[in-house]
Write a protein that binds this ligand. Structure first.
Ligand SMILES: Cc1cc2nc3c(=O)[nH]c(=O)nc-3n(C[C@H](O)[C@H](O)[C@H](O)COP(=O)(O)O)c2cc1C
Length: 209
C-alpha cells in the first residue's frame, strides 16, 4: 500500500509514486521480505549509465538476516543520522566503480550513474509501499575498512530501506523534521528555455536534513 504521508505538491500533477517518495526517518516493525529487497535493487538495473557501464554496487545489510553487515554499515553512519537510521530494518551502501571496464579510463559519470540507479530503486521501493532515505552523513573510510572495499571503488551514499512508520515514535526534533512541509524550488528557478537567466540570486527552499 502506498505511503501517503507528506506527499509533495508541485505546480503540476506528476506521477503519484514520484510525489509519494520521501526520505522517511520513521519505520514500522514490518519485516522486509528478501524477495522485496531484491526486487527493489533489481530496479536499479533499469537505469541508464554512461557506456552502459552500470558502475553501481550495493552492500546491503538486513537487521534480521545479515546483522553483522547491518551493524557495520550503521557504524559507518554519522551520529546525527544514526539516531533515526538505526530503526530501519535494512541499510545499504552505494558504491561507484571509478574507471570504465572497456578501457580503464576514469569514468567521470560514475557517481552520477550511482545516483540515477539509486533514484530508480527509490521509486520502486515507494511503489511497493517502502521508502529509502539517502545519507551523505557517513564515513567513506570507515565503510571502506569495514568491508574491504578495494581501490577503484568509492562509497558515495548510504541509505535506509523499510516500511514507513508513525512519526510519533520519533524524538521531538526528528519528528518535527519528519512532519515539516516539503517544499521545492519553483520550475522557473531551474528550467531555462533558450538562455541562462539574468542573475536573480539562488534560493534554498528545503532545509529539513
Ligand atoms: C545525496 C543525498 C545525501 C543526503 N544526506 C542526508 C543526510 O546525511 N541526512 C539526512 O537526514 N538526509 C539526507 N538526505 C535527504 C535529503 O535531506 C532529502 O532528500 C531532501 O531534504 C528532500 O526530502 P525528500 O527526499 O523527503 O523529498 C540526503 C539526500 C541525498 C540525495
Amino acid at each position: 500500500m502506498a505511503d501517503t504521508t507528506n506527499v509533495l505538491t508541485l505546480e503540476y500533477e506528476i506521477m503519484p509514486v514520484l510525489a509519494q517518495r520521501r526520505s522517511t526517518r520513521a519505520y514500522s516493525d514490518k519485516a522486509v521480505a528478501a524477495e522485496v529487497v531484491e526486487q527493489i535493487f533489481a530496479a536499479a538495473s533499469s537505469a541508464a549509465s554512461c557506456y552502459g557501464e552500470q558502475p553501481w554496487r550495493y552492500i546491503m545489510g538486513s537487521k534480521t538476516s545479515s546483522s553483522e553487515a547491518y551493524e557495520k554499515i550503521l557504524g559507518g553512519v554519522l551520529e546525527f543520522n544514526q539516531v533515526w537510521a538505526k530503526a530501519a530494518p535494512v541499510l545499504a551502501v552505494g558504491v561507484a566503480k571509478l574507471n570504465f571496464s572497456h578501457d580503464g579510463n576514469a569514468n567521470g559519470w560514475a557517481k552520477y550513474d550511482v545516483g540515477q540507479a539509486t533514484a530508480t530503486l527509490a521509486i520502486e521501493a515507494t511503489e511497493l509501499g517502502l521508502q529509502i532515505h539517502q545519507m551523505a552523513g557517513f564515513s567513506p573510510d570507515a565503510l571502506r575498512a569495514a568491508f574491504n572495499i578495494p581501490e577503484g571503488f568509492e562509497p558515495v551514499v548510504v541509505f535506509t530501506l523499510g516500511y514507513p512508520g508513525p512519526a510519533s515514535a520519533l524524538p521531538d526534533q526528528t519528528r518535527e523534521r519528519e512532519e515539516a512541509p516539503r517544499t521545492r524550488k519553483p520550475l522557473a528557478e531551474f528550467l531555462f528555455e533558450g538562455a541562462w537567466p539574468t542573475p536573480a540570486g539562488e534560493r534554498y527552499d528545503q532545509a529539513t536534513v
